[in-house]
Every structure is written in structure tokens, then in C-alpha cells.
Design a protein around this ligand. Sequence first.
Ligand code: FE2
Length: 313
Amino acid sequence: MTVKISHTQDVQNLFREACGLNNEQGSPRLKQLMLRIVGDVAKIIEDLQVTDDEFWQAVDYLNRLGARGEFGLLVPGLGLEHFLDLLQDAKDAEAGLSGGTPRTIEGPLYVAGAPLAEGQVRMDDGSEDGVATVMFLEGVVRDTQGKPVAGAVVDLWHANTKGNYSYFDKSQSDYNLRRRIVTDTEGRYRARSIVPSGYGCDPQGPTQECLDLLGRHGQRPAHIHFFISAPGHRHLTTQINLAGDQYLWDDFAYATREGLVGDIQFVEDEAAARDRGISAKRFAELTFDFQLQKAPQAKAERRSARPRALQQA
Ligand SMILES: [Fe+2]
């Protein structure tokens, strides 16, 4: 028979004391959350008869996960970041907010403060010239009425051909493949970059260790991340996931959504390439337009206050 004590007054008192409910200092909100978490952990231990060995292995795992900075990777891997999107979608539906480009997960690899450009920019530093396929990316930011939004900031970031992101991959130059582009008077943004590769979790890392035990891979399709913001419009966090990638609908992070598949076209035309100013005869084109909802209130214009990396000068 399962022995349970977490409901007893003694244990409830212990948890209330441990979570600061018996003092006037600290954060009431954190106390509320912590009491629920501690109580639920205790219930899980009882209900699933978690052994001491399992419990301490889990503590060790969380230590290793944090030490490697992979909490932000496990969260989408377990579907929780996608769940937050689904929950926000449901709240929007309840509030009558609809239309616009779908949101999807941010992921853990954004770096704030990328160089700002007007209308168009080259995003890569040329270090993969001859290796990477040049990609011409462009599109228009509109409102839900179809009117172009001039002066929107398109803040985009993506991986290199090895599936690595600058800042986190110290072999790349600062802000390589990261830019902010201000849309022109027609709401247009244009970027010359390189076709990104998909990537997988570090096979030696704690996220993949967990996924292995869940019988899952840790691969993502090639994709490009976006934050799009403009005064009067709702901040959009989203991604374009590239058509043709074997992991497009088998994404370990559940980021691919209907309406967010980028129909990348590969062009083999030497003359066209020359016109575009590149020496390789093969290049790629990707057109993707975005639609922003009207901001229901001023704070909806801004992204969440999630702590993010900031490049040190
Ligand atoms: Fe990514």
C-alpha cells in the first residue's frame, strides 16, 4: 500500500514555513508559486512512489542541466514552450483577438542589440563564402487590413551552415547572422544571408540525455527566428521553418506551425547570380510576408521580459 503524508497538517505546516508563508518578508507571488511547486513535488513522489535513488538522480540532473545552460533547451523539448503559445492562442480566442502571422517559440538563442539597418542588409560576415548557399530573403510587414507597416523593426537571427549561432558559438564574429532591419515606406525588409542548417541538441548534453530516455531525437528543421515590432502593433515572436527539411514536421521543439513554412527556392542560374552580385551559380530565394495584429494595449507592443543574452562590446 502506498504511504502518503503530504496532506497531513504537520507536512502542510512544514511546507508553508519553508515557503515563507509564516513571515512578512519576500515576495508573496513567489511564496504562492513555491508552495504549489513543493506540494506538487511531494505528491508526485508519493503517487509515483519515487525512490530516493530516482529523486537524487533528478537533483543531479537539474544541476547538470543548469550548469550547461540547457534549461532553455529542455523547455521547448518537453513541449512546454509550445504549450505557452497554445495557451496564449486560447486566451486570444477568448478575448476576440485573431488574425495575423501565427506566433511560435523564441528558443534560447536570441542575443539583444544586433546591428540596425534601414530596409536591407547583409547578415553574414562572409566567413562561409564558397561553403554556404547565398540566400536572398525579403518580405513585407502588413497590418491585418493588409496595409504595409513602415518603420517596423524586423529583428531576425539564424544558424550558420553547421547549425550554430553566433555568440553561443565563439568561432563566429559578433552578431554574425543577427540583424535588425527597419522596414521601408512600403513595409519591406530585405536581407542577403546564407541558407541556415537545422541543428540538433548537443549529443553529449543533458537535454539529449533526457530525450534519449524518452526515445526521442533532438533535431530541428532549418529555420529563421523573428521578433517583429512596430508602434501600435502587437509584438510578434515567430519563426520561418524551411520547406523541404526532413525535420519540418518532426521538430523536437514543436516550433513548426501551419502558416510558418518558408517556401525556399533554390535557383541555378549563373547569369541571375551574377546580376545578384554573387559568384556561385546556385543561390536561394525566400519571400515571407508578416501580418501584425493591432496592439490591444501599449504593453502588447513589447516582447516579454524574458532574460536574454546581450553581446558585450
Ligand atoms: Fe533556432
